[in-house]
Write a protein that binds this ligand. Structure first.
Ligand code: GRF
Length: 190
């Protein structure tokens, strides 16, 4: 059984979806750690309520990004983590973690990459007037929402959509697609 760590900065709805998928045996892994860069983020209470250890570190309290990531790395090693799952972690992963977890860091992004990378992807698509956007799951490299794509699912933008209604449908797809994709990647083959 693989140990996974979820990195998040916000609400943690994808974290919850992953946790449920672990509980029902869809993802054969154990969530051993939640790493968060935002003290007070809702994902922290959710992790605590589920009895999962949290590592909450403020990047600004470290002299460099390297030092910040080294502190995270120590936490990951202590828990024998095999995969890093980014779920709304609002920061670029640096060389320290990329080298240590090469090919073992996954991210979810709320657009059909390479369209609309970066912040506010749902709003970006909505404002651009495209008729189809979606969700992408990809391996993480040094870029912003780049890296080999593992899975994508389209979401239509309806005439009467608002950003809120669109966001709701995108999240609903995320909560299905992320567990499905992680199961394929992580579950040990017979
Ligand atoms: C999701 O839309 C995800 O695609 C993006 O950040 C959001 C996180 O939402 N990277 P949540 O914290 O999982 O609810």
């Amino acid at each position: 059984m693989r140990n996974i760590a979820v990195f998040a900065s916000g609400t943690g709805s994808n974290f919850e979806a992953i946790l449920h998928a672990v509980d029902r045996g869809q993802i054969q892994a154990k969530v051993v750690l939640v790493v968060c860069d935002k003290p007070g983020a809702r994902v922290i209470e959710k992790a605590e309520a589920a009895g999962i250890s949290t590592l909450v570190l403020k990047p600004k309290e470290f002299p460099s990004k390297e030092d910040y990531e080294k502190a995270i790395l120590a936490g990951l090693e202590e828990k024998s983590v095999s995969f890093i799952i980014l779920a709304g972690y609002m920061r670029l992963i640096g060389p320290t973690l990329l080298q240590a977890f090469s090919g073992r860091i996954v991210n979810i992004h709320p657009s059909l990459l390479p369209s609309f990378p970066g912040l506010h992807a749902i709003e970006q698509a909505f404002q651009a007037g495209v008729k189809i956007t979606g969700v992408t799951i990809h391996f993480v490299d040094e870029g912003m929402d780049t890296g080999p794509i593992l899975a994508q699912r389209p979401v239509e933008i309806h005439e009467d959509d608002t950003i809120d209604t669109l966001e709701e449908r995108i999240h609903a797809i995320e909560h299905v697609l992320y567990p499905e994709t992680l199961a394929k990647l992580i579950n040990e083959k017979e």
